[in-house]
Write a protein that binds this ligand. Structure first.
Ligand SMILES: C[S@@+](CC[C@H](N)C(=O)[O-])C[C@H]1O[C@@H](n2cnc3c(N)ncnc32)[C@H](O)[C@@H]1O
Length: 218
């Protein structure tokens, strides 16, 4: 058992983008927005000390809490050892296996992995992601919700998912505070988009944008 308590102060130089949520109102808003029930499967990337995890667990949904920092993994394992609906996964959000059955994401992720994580959960044709409530850097949220997407990748995400900003979260809601504002981003899979329409729209987007070489969908 580690002798010291793992807290935001344990990470003075903060290489892992650790900004622990300390504002209960933000946590409540994310849980309310996600509208989870016991049938749902939820992935929380970057679970930290488990503040959001514990509220997610309270919904009765099955929670997969992914965390990379070993001290935090140990702490999460202790904290949720009795919670039957919470599984702690020690690993990198950019490479842990993702569910094949429909799932939601509710998470406060490190800013630095936003793009790679979005590529994993939004880009593939076969993604099982249904919806997400995620805290991301404000500027990133503005880019992915822009009416005129700046590239094919974002246009592709917007084609199949509705992305919207629910609210702005100020630095003092986290410990330690980040240097910029955060956004609560809501993502919902669009319903009623047929495969035929999707192909047609994709062709149109490819004419408008030069697709990024990094766009891997399968
Ligand atoms: C912004 S903090 C959020 C912590 C917690 N969810 C909260 O809201 O208090 C991001 C968390 O992601 C973890 N993390 C950083 N990089 C990661 C990665 N590549 N994969 C999984 N977790 C990561 C950090 O250790 C940290 O616990």
């Amino acid at each position: 058992m580690p002798s010291r308590r793992t807290s935001a102060r344990t990470f003075p130089d903060n290489p892992s983008g650790i900004h622990l949520l300390k504002d209960p109102a933000v946590v409540r808003r994310m849980i309310r927005s996600a509208q989870l029930d016991p049938q749902d499967l939820v992935v929380e990337f970057g679970a930290g000390t488990g503040k959001l995890t514990s509220q997610l667990s309270g919904t009765g949904a099955r929670i997969i809490a992914v965390e990379r920092h070993p001290d935090l993994v140990a702490r999460l394992e202790r904290r949720f050892s009795e919670a039957e609906n919470v599984r702690i996964v020690a690993g990198d959000a950019r490479s842990v296996p993702l569910p094949r059955r429909p799932y939601a994401v509710v998470a406060n992720i490190p800013y630095s992995i936003s793009t790679s994580l979005f590529r994993r959960i939004l880009t593939p044709d076969q993604t099982a992601l249904q919806e997400a409530d995620i805290l991301v850097e404000w500027g990133f949220a503005k880019r992915v919700t822009a009416e005129q997407p700046r590239n094919f990748e974002i246009a592709w995400w917007q084609l199949r998912f509705e992305l919207s900003i629910v609210g702005r979260v100020r630095p003092h809601s986290f410990a330690p505070p980040p240097s910029v504002d955060t956004a609560h981003l809501r993502i919902r899979r669009r319903s009623g988009v047929s495969a035929g329409l999707l192909q047609q729209q994709e062709r149109r987007l490819r004419q408008l944008y030069r697709p990024s070489r990094r766009l891997r969908r399968r």
